[in-house]
Design a protein around this ligand. Structure first.
Ligand SMILES: Cc1ncc(COP(=O)(O)O)c(C=O)c1O
Length: 389
């Protein structure tokens, strides 16, 4: 046994030496624009709580009320303990919002992506995946045992040539709509055309777009010919869990086949109630106001960072990578620590989460950030100018 533990310690030490050992920062209090990190109060520019809903008292009240009515646990997987009315009602609400025949809840975006890919394709099929897709889509591809073809990031000509070169029983294209580490968008209109022309199924992961973009915050691909759309509740919608939406037979096949749906306890009802409240808010003027404010923040920030000479993408986004000067993966963590000392929490991201040589800080904006908070973070970045490209 001790030799096994020794080999595990060696593996951890190797991660440390390579600058790749991950650590969770201790946070106290609710998720908000200001949080306590390591005992010190900081501005929060490191969360996916884009609309500031995660600690909205109305979301908490919806969850509390549902807990009083239904309790906490869902008791088992839905195929075992039955499908509770709040789950069914939320699926109905989601299908309406997404403009699809059907929707199915999953316990997280990770479960949903792993489940949808492995349900729709298998041995003898081909899946075409963007080189920068989220880990959960990559894991879904691996689990499916279909042939996996990776196309260059957002390169539709490459995707088209690969589609022409690879045939199979069924073909599936998978992409994020907003990429989680770079904040850029997939060329969805062109992709939809290519998918149709080549008779391929098309799945879009809208994890970073639901609540943020599209009609009533329903995502960037809401009005495009997507076969399966995946959205999460854990980011813009402030809660937890996820859904897939699409034509009834596709959702039924996912329901039949996705092991990450079939073999796991259903979402707790309070979580379902919080999601239902957030989705309803998306149709209200308040939801539209939050989206507009987030987009205004993104435009302001992108202009200000470029004006100050930081290397950032040329289109505004609520996710902005800020590349560090040193290629050593540890340099992103040092920049993150230096910002923390100035009262700003912004996470450093390094390989393997991002490709080697692209360590960066990942800045994420919230609609609820104030103008004064935006100015403060720009000042802190400016003070640390020499650390960035
Ligand atoms: C693009 C993308 N898809 C899926 C997920 C997984 O979603 P969840 O956190 O709900 O598991 C994430 C992040 O977590 C993501 O960034």
């Amino acid at each position: 046994m001790s030799s096994v533990l020794d080999s595990i310690r060696e593996e951890l030490a190797a991660l440390e030496v390579a600058g790749l050992r991950r650590r969770m920062r201790p946070i106290d209090g609710p998720q908000s624009t200001e949080i306590t990190v390591d005992g010190r109060k900081c501005l929060n520019f490191s969360s996916n709580n884009y609309l500031g809903l995660a600690n909205d008292p109305r979301l908490a009240a919806a969850a509390t009320l549902a807990m009083v009515d239904h309790g906490v646990g869902a008791a088992a997987a839905r195929l075992v303990s039955g499908s509770l009315s709040p789950h069914r009602a939320l699926e109905h609400q989601l299908a309406e919002w997404q403009g699809t025949e059907a929707a199915l809840l999953f316990n997280s975006g990770y479960h949903a992506n792993v489940g949808l890919v492995s349900a729709l394709v298998g041995p003898g099929d081909v899946v075409f995946s963007d080189a920068l897709n989220h880990a959960s889509l990559i894991d879904g591809c691996r689990l499916s045992r279909a042939q996996v073809i990776v196309y260059r990031h957002n390169d539709v000509a490459h995707l088209e040539s690969l589609l022409q070169a690879h045939s199979g029983r069924r073909r599936l294209i998978v992409t994020d709509s907003v990429f989680s580490m770079d904040g850029d968008r997939a060329p969805l209109i062109e992709m939809g055309t290519i998918a149709r022309q080549n008779g391929a199924l098309w799945a879009v992961d809208e994890a970073h777009a639901v609540g943020v973009y599209g009609p009533f915050g329903a995502g960037l691909s809401r009005d495009l010919p997507v076969d399966v759309r995946m959205g999460t509740f854990g980011k813009g919608l402030g809660g937890f869990g996820a859904f897939v939406a699409g034509a009834a037979p596709i959702i039924e096949l996912i329901y039949q086949r996705a092991r990450s749906f079939v073999f796991t306890t259903a979402l707790p009802v309070p979580v379902v109630a919080a999601a239902a409240w957030a989705v309803a808010l998306m149709r209200e003027p308040e939801g539209a106001g939050l989206r507009t404010r987030l987009q205004q923040h993104a435009a302001y920030f992108q202009i200000e960072l470029q004006r100050r000479g930081f290397l950032t993408p040329s289109t505004p986004s609520h996710i902005l990578p800020i590349r560090v000067a040193d290629r050593d993966p540890q340099s992103a963590m040092r920049a993150s620590d230096a910002l923390l000392e100035r009262g700003v929490f912004m996470q450093g991201i390094r390989p393997p989460t991002v490709p080697a040589g692209t360590a960066r800080l990942r800045l994420t904006l919230m609609a609820t950030h104030t103008e004064a908070q935006l100015v403060r973070v720009l000042q802190a970045l400016e003070e640390l100018r020499s650390l960035f490209l």
